[in-house]
Every structure is written in C-alpha cells, then in structure tokens.
Design a protein around this ligand. Structure first.
Ligand code: GDP
Length: 532
C-alpha cells in the first residue's frame, strides 16, 4: 500500500470501505435469524446459531442475563464485524423488546444506514414504525428486506404500497419474487433479469439451494408464476419504481429486496446491496455546527455503556463509535466533557458476546472500553484537535416511579448504583429538592426498564430497592423560568434530570399539557422524541 498507516489517505480509504448499520424490525420478524444468516454468508461464523446462541447459550452469564433468558428477550447488544468482498461490515445489534427502544435509539445514533426488516405476512408493524421514525429523524438511509417469503404472506405489490402510503418512502424493488409467498419459486434480479431458483434443503440452518436458471427454461418450468412476475415487473417499470440514489441518501427512497433469512435465500443480494449502497462513514457535524471530516485526528462518541455483560469481565464497558481518524490501542484520548485524559490499553472489539483485543480502528468502527467508569452516553473523546458532538437525545419517558433503598445501611451502595445505572441509560434519574436524594424519581420508556433496574440494584450493588408508581404519563423539557410557573400545580411536577441538568416537567396526562400551553403560550415545553 502506498499510503502509510494513519495518513489521511489511509484513513480515507479505510473509512470508505466500512459499512456500519443496524437492523430495525418488530420482534419475531426474523432479526436474529437474518443477523446469523448475514454473518454466515460472509463466513464470519461457522454455523448459524453461534451469534445469539438462542438454541443453547454458552457459559454462565450474570444474573440479569438469567432474567433476559427467562423472558426470552435480548437485552444486551453486540457488534458483529465481518469482511465482505472489499468491504468491512459493522452490524450493530439492537435490543428487540419494545421496552428497550431507548437503547435501540442510541445504537441508531452510531450507524450510517439501516436494514428495515419486514415479515412478508405482516408488513409494517408497530415497533418497525417507531424505529423507522428514529431513522427518519436522524436522516439514516434505509434498505428494506421483506423476509419469510418461503411462507404464506401478502402480495408483493400490496407490501410496497403499504411502505409508500404509511411512511411515505418511495419503494424501489431490486429483485422480484416468482411465485406467491408460500409457493416461492425464486427471485428475478431487476438489474440484469437473472433468475435464481429457490430450492429448500432439509433443516433450517443451512443455505437453500440457489440455482441460476436461464429465462426461457424458467418460463417453461415456472408457468403462470413466471408470467405473473413478469407482468408485475412490467408494471414496476411503467410506474417508475426505480432506485434514485440521491433520494435514498436523503431518506425518501428505499431499495427493496425479497427473501427468506431462515433458509438463507436472498441474503447474498442483501449483503451485496449493503456493500454497494449503504453509506460509508462521512464527516460528522459537531455541537458548534462544524463538520469534522473522517480524516481529522481521532474522535468518537460513546453511544452505549453497559455493565455485567459477562461474569468473567465484571466491569463496565463503554461502546464508542469512531467518527474520525485512526484509533490505536494504548493511545491516550481526551474526554471532552472533563478535559481529562483516558488510557485505552484494554480496548476491545465486541463480537457477539466474545470480546477480542482491538489494535486499531477507523471511522465507522466500534471500540469497547472496559472499566470506563467516567464515561456517559453521548460523551465525545478525541485526540489533538478538540471537538464535542451533539448529545444523543433520549426518548420521552412515559412511566415514572419513586425509588428508595430498603435497608438504610446500604445508602452508599444505593447512591452508587443509581449513578451507574443512570449513566448507562437503564432508566433516567430525576430529582428535586422537595423529594431529596433518598427518593429520586426514575423515568422509563417501558416498564421492563424498572425490572432491570431493581434486579441490578440488588445483584450488582447489594442495594435492594422498593419502587412506588407515580401517576405521570408525559414529560416535556422546560427551563428555569417556566419551571417557576409550572411547579406546584395540580398534576404537574418539575424535576431535574441528573445526567444533563435539564429541567423536566412531568404531567399526569396530555390534556394537562395542552391546558397549560393554552393558558401560558410563552412557556418552554419541548416534547422529547416520542417512543410510541
Ligand atoms: P427476531 O425476534 O426478530 O429476532 O426473530 P427471530 O430471528 O427469532 O425469528 C422469529 C421466528 O421466525 C423464528 O421461529 C424463526 O425461525 C422464524 N423465521 C425467521 N426468518 C424466517 C424465514 O425466512 N422463513 C421462515 N419460515 N421462518 C423464519
């Protein structure tokens, strides 16, 4: 290679070949299956099933992992990294349960593109819609994959229509199914007309047989299904359902692929589409509005902090998305909020649940820093030229609880646990002088967050807690002056968010918000990003 390691050319080339993305979907649409199929296809892992280990998890995990297992949901997130051709793909896994959308949101702050995964029988579902809203809000381009085509489902044109009508995304199919869902024959590639026939193999975890069949043979063998598919293709041409790259980058057009993750059919076309179309990391805008190019000295942003991922590493792992420059393990970074230096001797990549040591990372990569006790979600880290990226906004909480330590002799552990779980974003911690430090308010998007909080306070911090519900359902960001008008009114309370010091007004219902807005139109009452 002519460009030396760490030079602007080297960083630009490495950034250009990276694709950092996430899969957004409703639970059960097949996200775990697709993740495994993608990695399997890219030969990153030997056999489907090793990434999420749904069939048999390896090793003993921490106690709240047991909770995760018993509920059958995925609480932790992992980063899957694999080479595909000349590209390097970073697939950031997102927790699937509705209650963890806050976590998912943070992961979406670290990606450059997303795959929207739909179940062919269900189309757009509630959680997919919510997550799509986040993508739209952040301007993340979306590739659509219609999954489970091997099972009975809906008409392809009807599904496209739903995408267009409900979320206003112009769909551009890149391939087209032959045979109705449930009697799936194969896929026609719209770019070159090539037909790949689908044939099942016994067992799920291996690839289906994908066989190239010439058009005249397909026409003879597939009969009416072939004719129908070609009529539909002609219709697509007529209505101009073609991919507009600029519109895709702007988030108004989505390439659509059909397939089936379980028998691994149509997955290579999806990988190829990610490689070819998903955006590479590009300049990030900082809090002052300046773009920091990928070739600038190292900068990155913490998008997730997690503890208790593994008993053997009972620590706190901060996930950092590299925004610019080359990161080298051992480098000393500056923590933007405090100006303090941060050593990175133990930097890791995170592959499924196994961790391996990382020596270098480029824009788009994710670094795991263990024992990073001073790091909070949203923090910027840099070398040489200072930078601060805008904070990662939180979802609007809809559930509120007061928490207290059960045993007063554990007050110190209680405080430590609250600070820790607050900085990880397990719950948001709100306080007021009136309520005092012994009884802070916890705010959450979904009630399951409180279960995780309670379990971890007892298991990890030795501070069992009790919770009592508050009747609030709605929160708005406000300011000091408005707080004076609001505080003390019936059904309203103003608290301070510990993490960033902002004033949060909570209301018993939306009507109360509207009434106040009518009465005092000049008050600051900013809605947070809605989760539902
Ligand atoms: P997640 O909740 O989105 O992660 O969904 P999973 O990957 O766990 O899949 C949910 C169910 O759908 C599982 O029983 C999968 O085996 C099944 N599934 C996923 N993809 C396909 C597919 O392409 N075809 C069929 N027939 N089943 C699938």
């Amino acid at each position: 290679m002519s460009a030396g390691i760490g030079t602007a050319e080297d960083v630009a080339a490495e950034a250009a070949r990276r694709r950092t993305f996430a899969v957004i979907s409703h639970p059960d649409a097949g996200k775990s299956t697709l993740t495994e199929a993608l990695a399997l296809h890219a030969q990153a892992i030997e056999q489907a099933g090793a990434v999420h280990g749904k069939a048999g998890r390896r090793g003993v995990r921490s106690d709240w992992m047991d909770m995760e297992r018993s509920r059958g949901i995925s609480i932790t997130s992992s980063v899957l990294r694999f080479e595909f051709g000349d590209a390097l793909l970073n697939l950031l896994d997102t927790p699937g349960h509705a209650d963890f959308s806050e976590d998912t949101y943070r992961v979406l702050a670290a990606v450059d593109g997303a795959i929207m995964l739909l179940d062919s029988a269900k189309g757009l579902e509630a959680q997919t819609l919510k997550l799509f809203d986040v993508c739209r809000h952040r301007g993340i381009p979306v590739i659509t994959f219609v999954n489970k085509w091997d099972r009975p489902g809906r008409e392809p044109l009807e599904l496209l229509d739903e995408v267009e009508q409900r979320i206003g995304l112009h769909p551009a199919p890149l391939n087209w199914p032959v045979g109705i869902a449930g009697d799936f024959r194969g896929l026609i590639d719209r770019a070159d007309g090539a037909y790949t026939r689908f044939r099942r193999t016994p067992g799920g975890a291996t690839r289906a047989v994908a066989e190239r069949v010439p058009a005249d043979q397909a026409a003879a063998e597939e009969g009416q299904a072939w004719a129908t598919a070609n009529e539909e293709l002609a219709l697509l041409e007529e209505i101009g359902a073609v991919l507009d790259i600029d519109a895709f980058a702007a988030g108004t057009c989505t390439p659509v692929l059909f397939g089936a993750a379980l028998p691994n059919f149509g997955v290579s076309a999806l990988l190829e589409t990610v490689r070819r179309l998903a955006p590479a990391p590009s300049a990030r805008t900082d809090a002052a509005g300046h773009a920091r190019p990928v070739t600038a000295p190292f900068s990155g942003q913490v998008f997730k902090v997690q503890a208790g991922m593994d008993r053997a590493h009972r620590d706190r792992l901060a996930f950092i998305r590299v925004c610019s420059g080359r990161f080298e393990r051992g480098a000393t970074l500056t923590h933007a909020p405090t100006g303090r230096p941060l050593a990175t001797k133990y930097a890791q990549t995170v592959f499924g649940r196994d961790r391996s040591t990382l020596d270098a990372a480029y824009p788009g990569d994710v670094i795991g820093l263990p024992n990073a006790s001073g790091l909070t979600v949203g923090d910027t880290l840099y070398t040489k030229t200072p930078v601060t990226f805008p904070p990662i906004p939180a979802f609007a909480p809809e559930h509120f609880m007061v928490t207290r330590v059960k045993d007063n002799s554990r007050a110190k552990q209680f405080r430590r646990g609250i600070d820790q779980l607050d900085s990880e974003g397990v719950v948001q911690v709100l306080r007021s002088d009136l309520r005092g430090d012994q009884a802070p308010v916890l705010a959450a998007v979904g009630p399951l967050q409180f279960d995780v909080f309670t379990a971890r306070m007892a298991d990890e911090f030795g501070a069992p807690v009790e919770l009592s519900r508050l009747d609030y359902t709605t929160a708005r960001i406000t300011d000091k002056e408005s707080a004076e008008t609001l505080d003390g009114r019936r059904g309203i309370e103003v608290l301070t968010r510990t993490l960033d010091g902002s004033y949060i007004a909570v209301f018993v219902d939306k009507w109360r918000v509207r009434a106040i807005e009518r009465e005092y139109p000049d008050l600051t009452l900013t809605p947070m990003l809605a989760a539902g």
